[in-house]
Design a binder for this molecule. Structure first.
Ligand code: MG
Length: 385
């Protein structure tokens, strides 16, 4: 049987206007979430994550259930940010320890973690870090590009590579805790770990004092050191502890949602884009310009009449003598030119133009090379003299 004592506290610090951290602890579950995002959205993400994790883990108190709880929090934060534009861009770290039951019903402590909030184990006054920061600088340390000392002052040490509410899928570090009675575990946000050295953390968190006083001392020391961020700490002390029969230590990633399921799932899908008045306005302007252009060309083409000698007959033509919408006979295919020579009749000017346009199109297809002049014969009107 695993049992722990606990204490927790969170503080706005001395610089920030509001507290975007959130903490929770009971007999089975301990959580620290460090929210981020503009306005008040960070604290929404942090509170929502704690609420989702609590709810899901209460129903499924297993290793898989704990991972699913983080997944559920990720979905909830993403959905909320989608539905509330003022929450756009919010997210949070999360680090939690749950007493997870195996198939035999034995409850052992399991750590889950996303982001740069941390877990430390304290035994005999010594401190051991249990979590890797998911930050650019720390990833580079693991890749050998930076030393830990360089990472500690690197400008990208606060830039997270993973977070809750950032993407539809999430990768969670999951590990079994190997603890013995008397061990303490400290979960904290970076507002604590950035302000205090490992030695100070070890000394204050291990102090043989009641847990709530130790937590109070940690918060006070972080504020004394500058308090530049929100500060949160949860301190656990194991009274009894079972160790997992098959310990786990790995990163578990959620599977990407299938496209079809995603489009029909309310949890992942973004709302369908609505056609707004702006879209209608742009469409109306586009159609207006097109209709206006056609009207101007049509007006210019048919606005005048001119006289001409048509094989010995005085003819009155409607249109521009220089041509605007005229095709040359040479721009027709041979069969179409023969058709024109037979003076086919059409019921209206519209159908006549359509026929000529089709003929010209066929000529273009046949020749594959466009000629530069495009003028249409509009020999519609007539009159003999
Ligand atoms: Mg922080």
């Amino acid at each position: 049987m695993t049992r722990w004592r606990y204490a927790a506290a969170t503080d706005t610090g001395l610089v920030r206007q509001n507290n975007q951290d959130a903490v929770y602890v009971d007999d089975h579950l301990a959580i620290v979430a460090d929210g981020m995002g503009g306005h008040a959205a960070g604290d929404v993400a942090a509170m929502m994550t704690i609420s989702s994790v609590r709810e899901e883990f209460a129903m499924h108190p297993s290793v898989d259930g704990l991972f699913r709880a983080i997944e559920a929090a990720n979905r909830d934060v993403l959905d909320d940010a989608t539905q509330n534009p003022e929450h756009f861009g919010m997210g949070t770290t999360v680090i939690a320890i749950g007493l997870t039951e195996d198939a035999a019903g034995v409850a052992t402590p399991t750590l889950v973690h996303v982001g740069d909030s941390r877990a430390y184990q304290l035994r005999d006054g010594a401190l051991r870090r249990l979590s890797d920061d998911h930050s650019v600088a720390e990833e580079w340390v693991r890749m050998g590009r930076l030393t830990p000392e360089e990472a500690a002052v690197h400008p990208r040490r606060h830039q997270l590579t993973r977070g809750v509410g950032v993407e539809a899928t999430i990768a969670v570090d999951v590990s079994s805790l190997e603890a013995i009675p008397g061990d303490r575990i400290l979960l904290c946000s970076d507002g604590l770990s950035n302000e205090l050295s490992d030695d100070t953390l070890a000394q204050l968190a291990s102090a043989p004092r009641p847990l709530d006083e130790a937590v109070g001392d940690l918060i006070s020391a972080a504020k004394l050191a500058g308090g530049r961020d929100n500060i949160s700490a949860v301190l656990l002390e194991f009274l009894d502890v079972d160790v997992a029969a098959t310990p786990i230590k790995r990163t578990i990633s959620s599977a990407p949602a299938p496209v079809a399921a995603r489009s029909s799932s309310s949890s992942f899908s973004r709302p369908r884009r609505r056609v707004t008045w702006r879209v209608w306005a742009v469409a109306a302007i586009f159609v207006g310009v097109a209709v206006g252009f056609v009207a101007i060309v049509h007006w210019y083409a048919y606005s005048t009449y001119y006289l001409a000698n048509d094989a010995g007959t005085v003819a009155i033509y409607q249109g521009q003598p220089s041509g605007v919408l005229w095709y040359l006979m040479s721009q027709l295919t041979a069969p179409d030119a023969r058709t024109i020579s037979s003076n086919p009749s059409e019921p209206s000017i519209t159908t006549a133009l359509s026929v000529v346009s089709s003929m010209h199109h066929r000529w273009l297809q046949q020749r594959a090379v466009a000629t530069t002049t495009t003028t249409t014969v509009t020999t519609t009107t007539v009159a003999g003299g």
